[in-house]
Write a protein that binds this ligand. Structure first.
Ligand code: GDP
Ligand code: CA
Length: 333
């Protein structure tokens, strides 16, 4: 691929952030400045289903995970939030009895939410507010919320014999996804549309990648935005997905609990089939599974999905960059 290459990535939080960091590393090596004029541009279409108003502030967990990771400010040990964080304000909020005591908002992180909320109050769209926040972090990736309209994932659960509908983060963080989910509800989805920037990023892309993110509450939420799926079907770019499931397990986190709730097995084959081949109305032209899942390649191909087995563990910058390179190679294979 030469000239100016446009790559669009559908992404959730942590898996999305690691993948985007690897893609950025790979492209910087492949197209160093001055290399025959070839350049590459990455746009991330990010899940906003985990967003919420908390303590009067708009919190966007997946956008922030990506922004902090690409900006070098992520707490890599914990996996989320800012490094060198403190929690003085959070203790004050708890003393006033507001917020969710189980959902920590660090002091530095609160700065982001205050700035975002100020931009939104000034009338900026979430897309514009995200761009303003990202200016400071120089992420090297254009960050686009999947929609400017709020869409919040809620979960239908049973707690102590009572049916409750809670925000996704309550199920995920407070209950650690141990209470079985009956179903996921995308509150506000009917009124939501992909932003013009998202539609353009899909239509004009040379390659579209689906990051190894949660297939249900990250990628599934993005695909649930009305007309977004059709935009992918109509895109001229090849679409390559990377499995977030390796050897029958979610690599980091609890994605299996989400898959179980929608009746999809926690295997790379089942998730690949769930996304489906584009020529059969799905969203994928190719699907990457881990090398330990190589036996599933013929099974997927029999289901009409081109599949490749490559190492999918993003252990460090080098393995993440290699995974990005393999995904791009699959796009032109
Ligand atoms: P969240 O929004 O923070 O939950 O993050 P994402 O939706 O982006 O992705 C979470 C999923 O990424 C996890 O459930 C894993 O299945 C997947 N994941 C995390 N690390 C890796 C990795 O190193 N390799 C692969 N293939 N998948 C990963
Ligand atoms: Ca998330």
């Amino acid at each position: 691929m030469n000239g100016h290459v446009k790559i669009t990535v559908l992404a959730g939080g942590v898996g999305g952030a690691r993948f985007l960091r690897g893609l950025r590393t790979h492209l910087r090596t492949r197209y160093p400045n001055g290399d025959g004029g070839s350049t590459a541009e990455i746009t991330a279409v990010v899940n906003t289903g985990d967003d919420m108003w908390l303590t009067g502030l708009r919190v966007c967990p997946d956008l922030d995970s990506i922004m902090y990771t690409l900006g070098g400010a992520n707490d890599d040990e914990r996996g989320w939030g800012r490094k060198d964080e403190s929690e003085r304000v959070s203790a004050e909020l708890t003393a006033y009895g507001i917020g969710w005591p189980w959902f920590t908002l660090g002091d530095l992180d609160l700065g982001t939410h205050i700035a975002r909320s100020a931009f939104l109050r000034d009338g900026l769209t979430l897309t514009e507010a995200t761009a303003r926040l990202a200016e400071r972090w120089n992420p090297g990736v254009r960050l686009l919320p999947m929609s400017d309209q709020p869409v919040e994932t809620h979960v239908d659960i049973q707690v102590d014999g009572k049916r409750r509908i809670v925000h996704f983060e309550e199920w995920w963080v407070k209950h650690r996804a141990t209470v079985p989910a009956q179903r996921f509800i995308q509150v506000g989805v009917d009124a939501a549309r992909p932003s013009p920037a998202v539609l353009q990023a899909i239509a004009q892309a040379d390659v579209i990648l689906v990051a190894p993110s949660n297939p249900v509450v990250s990628i599934g939420t993005i695909l649930g935005v009305p007309t977004l799926r059709q935009a992918l079907l109509a895109a001229r770019a090849p679409i390559v997905g990377v499995s977030p499931i390796i050897a029958g397990a979610a690599v980091r986190g609890m994605a299996d609990a989400c898959l179980t709730a929608i009746g999809v097995e926690t295997t790379a084959v089942a998730v690949g089939k769930h996304y489906g081949a584009r020529h059969r109305g799905g969203i994928l032209d190719a699907w990457l599974v881990d090398e330990t899942d190589a036996a599933s390649v013929p099974v997927l191909e029999a289901a009409g999905l081109r599949a490749h087995a490559v190492p999918l563990w993003m252990r460090d910058p080098a393995t993440s960059a290699q995974l990005a390179a393999d995904a791009l190679a699959a796009a032109i294979a």
